[in-house]
Write a protein that binds this ligand. Structure first.
Ligand code: SF4
Length: 325
């Protein structure tokens, strides 16, 4: 199916990094060329885990917006908006909550996983249990037929389809069943070799300047076999090489692949190439970011909010009519 109406969102909980680019943003850029895209900064979702100290969410909203604009999300092509500015989402969340069985939410695999992973926080709340329903509402209120997701998120979309089928079956056709647009699950390592993640403190951010990138890459762990300059290495076992694969030219990758194995190149020189390549990759983002920083980005968001609210209001009018309320 060709995507016609797309919806996706990100929580404003911190700056975005190269993993976000690999896993989502590059797919969003492709989709915005051919479909009507809705990209939401989902601040109510952030509250499900940050409710005890929500003070950072406001600042993070602007950062996420700037990150999106800097990579090329174009507000002329896509509707970029803040979830909490569209009050119809809260109303639809309440209405769909009436027909969503508790068991459907309790069996969402991430519910139990997150409870274990975030054991330092008390997230045993109604809002946290209900976040897959809120996610469904984000999608269906825009009547999206396509949602970019990694394979690990497909279950959430199946739940959304079940809720849609239940609503359409009870009251009449209203919502399309959203289909997944599979995005790559990023395998990008962070600078410590583990998966790149804000919570591990090992990420290269889209907003990092050239000096910050160099500072992060220089001390990176490499293949443990290369204790001395003369020790040959195995590039597949080196996180520096994994980043080369993503951001270096084919001829550089081939050269490093060959020279590392015979100790023809040292790790310091190898990292210098990577620093230049990652900075080369990020530079167009930085330039675009500077242009947007000089503009009133709040106005961009306000225009997107109005557009999203209009579409949501039309959906809610139809929902109320079908439910006869
Ligand atoms: Fe890694 Fe490059 Fe060193 Fe090989 S030469 S171990 S790929 S940093």
């Amino acid at each position: 199916m060709t995507p016609q109406v797309v919806m996706s969102g990100m929580r404003p909980t911190g700056p975005l990094h190269l993993g976000h680019w690999e896993g989502a943003l590059q797919s969003w850029l492709r989709l915005q060329e051919s479909a009507r895209c809705h990209f939401s900064i989902v601040d109510w979702h952030a509250l499900t885990t940050e409710y005890q100290d929500p003070s950072r969410i406001r600042g993070a909203i602007r950062e996420v917006l700037l990150d999106w604009l800097s990579v090329g999300i174009d507000p002329e092509k896509s509707v970029v908006y803040l979830q909490s500015a569209v009050k119809e989402i809260a109303e639809l969340n309440l209405l769909l909550g009436m027909l969503t069985p508790l068991g459907w939410l309790e069996r969402v695999p991430t519910f139990k996983e997150q409870q274990l992973q975030l054991a330092d926080r008390d997230i045993n709340q109604y809002g946290f249990l209900g976040y897959p329903l809120l996610m469904t509402v984000d999608i269906v209120v825009m009547k999206a037929d396509t949602v970019p997701v990694g394979e690990d998120q497909v279950f959430h979309l199946e739940l959304a389809r079940e809720i849609v089928r239940r609503f359409n079956g009870l009251y009449g056709d209203c919502f399309p069943e959203p289909q997944p647009f599979l995005t790559p699950i990023p395998k990008l390592p962070g600078v410590d070799g583990r998966k790149m993640s804000k919570s591990y403190g090992n990420a290269i951010y889209l907003s990092d300047d050239a000096a910050a990138v160099a500072e992060k890459i220089r001390p990176m762990v490499t293949d443990v076999r290369r204790k001395r300059r003369s020790d040959p290495g195995v590039p597949e076992d080196c996180p520096v090489f994994a980043l080369h694969r993503a951001y270096s030219r084919a001829d550089e990758i081939a050269m490093i692949d060959c020279e590392c194995r015979k100790a023809g190149i040292g790790c310091i020189d190898c990292k210098k190439i990577l620093i230049a390549d990652v900075n080369g990759f990020l530079e167009p983002f930085r330039q675009r970011r500077r242009r947007y920083e000089a503009m009133a980005v709040a106005d961009i968001l306000a225009a997107g909010n109005r557009c999203a609210a209009e579409r949501a209001a039309a959906t809610l009018a139809q929902v109320r009519a079908l439910m006869k309320i």
